[in-house]
Write a protein that binds this ligand. Structure first.
Ligand code: SF4
Length: 463
């Protein structure tokens, strides 16, 4: 066995690579390692997650540091987004300056996201300029939508200081008073669930006033802890559902939960079943709170530079889901939830975000030549969750000829919802073997250590 590296050397080692070696996913692993990974199939899920997660975080941190696409947070920026409730309207989403996602800095970030970021602190002047811009886009609409975000999580004190958050609330409150009963002010923002506390929600509600409607976007990605924590690296606390309840205590408020479609290491059938189950779970959680206007955002995976997804794709270990699979997942959700609930499921990710386009983002369906698949793409782009959307999607899906289904790699439709116990055991093996190959490629001095020893090694240091 090689000499054990000292944990304090990690940062030094991590800053050394200038380009990422591509891991060889076909190389045979040593017998004792294969045996050790096999044993991980039988341990408690929480134990498996605790063993694998430190290794995933180190892998993510290294991918980001070596070739992560840095989103500069030097000035406030905006993107125009279609309004899910009004086909005629686009709304600006503003992102304030900042130093990037705080979770990414602490934990390597989510494996599909490239919000690494570098920049400067946001200031009151930024808030004033952003608010003036947002207000100038409201024109004669009854709903005045103020969509204002940090570069990662609105509720992270290192991304936005408490003082600046208070100032934002004050500006929104003043604007709402000006609008009065001539309209409804809606404040939309996003944050990580682990940053949501009663104190922060109370400050927000007290600050913006009792009449401003709130939309809080949060990432859950998958309700299956194995998928969410060992592949997405979401880092949610075990009691994440309680955090949703905290938000709901500060009415009037809607929660927009992000669920990802197209997770690495899951095959086509599994990613459909995992996403369908997660969307259904989120609808059930939301409806258990009574009458709800919460949304579930069905986020179709993009390939972004500096992410695990992109790295795996370059090594032929990942493919974006195809449009047929995307349509099947939506159709399944349509079968499982009521028509009323379906109106709360929105589809995102099918258009490469402008801000990433030049950086090489790839998205599902961007280069299809088939008229039948283009029809599906169009329906999904204009999806409002209405019964007629579901009917149109069903007809378009059925109209795709067999040779085109095969050509795009689609082999469904599939049975069932969620992953089976046996599939989850196999997934544990696939993931652990892949991470061993990645981590020993990035940190060759770890080769020869057991999986557990590598996990312990990364537990001792912050990535
Ligand atoms: S998805 Fe959100 S929490 Fe995760 S790395 Fe990206 S910005 Fe950060």
């Amino acid at each position: 066995m090689s000499e054990r590296p000292q944990p304090e050397r990690l940062r030094e080692t991590m800053s050394l690579p200038r380009s990422l070696e591509m891991a060889d996913f076909h190389v045979e692993l040593p017998d004792d390692l294969v045996r050790e990974i096999q044993e991980l199939r039988e341990v408690e899920e929480s134990e498996y997650i605790e063993t694998v997660r430190p290794i995933l975080r180190a892998i993510m941190a290294n991918i980001r540091r070596v070739e992560g696409e840095k989103i500069r947070g030097d000035k406030w920026v905006y993107h125009m987004l279609p309004d899910p409730n009004d086909p005629e309207r686009n709304n600006p989403l503003v992102v304030l300056p900042g130093h990037g996602c705080g979770y990414e800095k602490a934990s390597g970030g989510c494996s599909m996201c490239n919000f690494a970021g570098e920049g400067r602190d946001a200031t009151k002047q930024d808030v004033d300029e952003a608010m003036d811009f947002l207000i100038s886009n409201q024109e004669d609409h009854f709903v005045h939508k103020i969509n204002l975000n940090a570069l990662g999580s609105f509720f992270h004190d290192k991304e936005l200081t408490p003082d600046l958050r208070s100032y934002i609330y004050q500006r929104i409150r003043e604007y709402a008073e000006k609008v009065g009963d001539k309209g409804l002010v809606l404040f939309v923002t996003e944050g990580r669930l682990d940053h949501i506390t009663d104190k922060k929600m109370k400050e927000m509600r007290d600050g913006i006033g009792e009449h401003v409607l709130l939309d809080v976007g949060v990432g859950v990605e998958s309700t299956d802890p194995l998928v969410r924590e060992t592949i997405i690296n979401k880092g949610l606390p075990e009691n994440w559902e309680k955090r949703l309840q905290i938000i709901k205590e500060y009415q009037p408020v809607n929660v927009e939960t992000h669920i990802i479609f197209g997770t690495p290491f899951l095959d086509e059938s599994q990613t459909i079943r995992d996403t369908v189950k997660s969307v259904k779970d989120m609808i059930e959680i939301s409806e258990s709170e009574g009458d709800s206007r919460d949304l579930v955002l069905f986020m179709v995976m993009n390939r972004k530079p500096g992410t695990l997804t992109e790295y795996l794709a370059r090594g032929d270990q990942y493919q974006l889901p195809n449009l047929m699979a995307t349509a099947e997942a939506l159709l399944k959700i349509g079968e499982l939830v009521s028509l009323d609930s379906l109106k709360h499921v929105m589809v995102f990710g099918l258009v490469g975000p402008d801000v990433h386009a030049e950086a090489g983002t790839q998205y599902v369906g961007e280069d299809t030549e088939s008229a039948e698949l283009k029809a599906i793409h169009e329906i999904l782009l204009n999806w409002r969750g209405l019964p007629e959307d579901l009917d149109k999607l069903r007809s378009a899906f059925d109209a795709v000829p067999k040779e085109i289904r095969t050509a795009v790699g689609y082999h469904g439709p599939y049975e069932g919802v969620g992953l089976t116990k046996e599939e989850k055991k196999d997934l544990r093996t696939t993931v652990a073997e892949a991470y061993y190959r990645l981590v020993t490629t990035f940190f060759p001095h770890l080769e020869g250590l057991s999986f557990e020893e590598i996990s312990q090694y990364f537990k001792k240091v912050k990535v």
